[in-house]
Design a protein around this ligand. Structure first.
Ligand SMILES: [Zn+2]
Length: 300
C-alpha cells in the first residue's frame, strides 16, 4: 500500500496540481494520463481484445484518456461507478476508433452522459396504434443510445460480454461477435450529425477521405453495400428460422433494420474482423475504410 505523507496545505495544492496535470494530459490524448496499473488491470479483463502492436495500444489508451475527459459517467439506482468500470466502457467504446485517432472522438460529441444501470434498463414507451389508441408500457433493454444522449447500459450485460470474452456464445460452440458497448456506441456514430428526430439508418456521416472524389456516389455506394449485406443476412436468418439451416454467425437481431444491422456489424467487426470478412467481405471492406483499418487496401 502506498502512503501519502501529510504535507498540510502544500500537500493539498500538490495533489490538486497533480490531478489537474493528469486532466490536462488526458484532454490532449496523453496515454500516461491513465495510470499503468489501472490500464493493465482493465486490459486483462478484456481478453478478447484483438492483438495490437504497442503503438496501436498506445493510441487506444490515448483515445480512452481523452474520451474519459469528455464524458460523464453516472450510476442509476445507487450503482457506484469507479475508474475500473468507466475505463472498461471507454476501451470498448474507443476500440473501433483506434486507427482514426482523436479526431474520430467527434463522432461521440453529440452526448456527454453514460449511465450504468444495475440491471436491465427499463425504458418507458408510448405508442399510438393504427386506431389512434395510445399504449404506454415499459420495455426492458440491455442498453439504449438516444439522440443527444445519454447512452444507457445494463452493467451486468456489459460484464457478461466481458466475462464471455465477447466472442463466445453461451453454448460455447460458436464464436459470436456480441458486444453491448460497441453496439450502443455504433448507434451513436450512426446518429451523429443527423437532424433532430431523424432515425438512424445505418448510414453514418462518412469521413472526408471516403467522400473523394464524389460525395454523392460515396454515400450511394455505402448504402448499396450495407443493404446488399443486410439482404443476404436476412436470407440466412429466414433459411435458419423456416428451414432449419445453420444459424448465421452474425446476430439475427441485425436483420430487424438497417440501423440494427450496422450496429451488429460494428460489434462483430470490432470483436472478430477476420470472421466478418469471411461472412460479409464487401461490408468488412467498407467498415475497414470507415474505421481506417491499416489492412483495408488488402481487403478492398
Ligand atoms: Zn440496437
Amino acid at each position: 500500500m502506498v502512503t501519502t505523507p501529510r504535507l498540510g496545505l502544500l500537500g493539498h495544492w500538490w495533489r490538486l496540481l497533480q490531478r489537474w496535470g493528469r486532466r490536462w494530459r488526458a484532454a490532449r490524448g496523453d496515454p500516461t494520463a491513465i495510470p499503468d496499473g489501472l490500464w493493465e488491470h482493465v486490459r486483462q479483463a478484456l481478453p478478447w481484445l484483438p492483438a495490437m502492436e504497442p503503438s496501436e495500444e498506445l493510441r487506444l489508451r490515448a483515445l480512452c484518456a481523452a474520451f474519459l475527459m469528455r464524458k460523464q459517467f453516472s450510476g442509476a439506482h445507487g450503482l457506484r461507478v469507479n475508474d475500473h468500470m468507466a475505463l472498461l466502457v471507454a476501451i470498448q467504446a474507443c476500440l473501433p476508433l483506434r486507427h482514426r485517432g482523436l479526431s474520430a472522438l467527434a463522432w461521440y460529441d453529440d452526448f456527454v452522459g453514460i449511465v450504468l444501470h444495475p440491471a436491465d434498463v427499463i425504458a418507458p414507451r408510448r405508442l399510438r396504434d393504427e386506431a389512434g389508441v395510445i399504449h404506454e408500457y415499459d420495455e426492458e433493454l440491455a442498453g439504449e443510445a438516444m439522440q443527444g444522449g445519454p447512452i444507457l447500459l445494463s452493467w451486468p450485460r456489459v460484464l457478461g460480454h466481458t466475462a464471455h470474452g465477447g466472442v463466445t456464445a453461451p453454448s460455447g460452440a460458436e464464436a459470436v461477435g456480441h458486444n453491448l458497448v460497441i453496439h450502443e456506441f455504433a448507434h451513436a456514430i450512426d446518429m451523429h450529425g443527423k437532424a433532430l428526430g431523424q432515425a438512424p439508418d445505418g448510414c453514418p456521416l462518412l469521413p472526408a477521405d471516403m467522400l473523394r472524389p464524389d460525395p454523392t456516389a460515396a454515400r450511394l455506394r455505402w448504402r448499396a453495400v450495407l443493404h446488399a449485406a443486410l439482404d443476404e443476412h436476412r436470407r440466412r436468418v429466414a433459411l435458419h428460422e423456416r428451414f432449419g439451416a445453420p444459424a448465421p454467425w452474425l446476430d439475427a437481431y441485425g436483420a430487424t433494420s438497417p440501423a440494427e444491422f450496422f450496429a451488429v456489424a460494428c460489434e462483430a467487426y470490432s470483436v472478430d474482423r477476420a470472421r466478418l470478412a469471411v461472412e460479409h467481405p464487401d461490408l468488412t471492406a467498407q467498415l475497414d475504410a470507415f474505421f481506417a483499418h491499416p489492412q483495408r487496401s488488402a481487403s478492398q
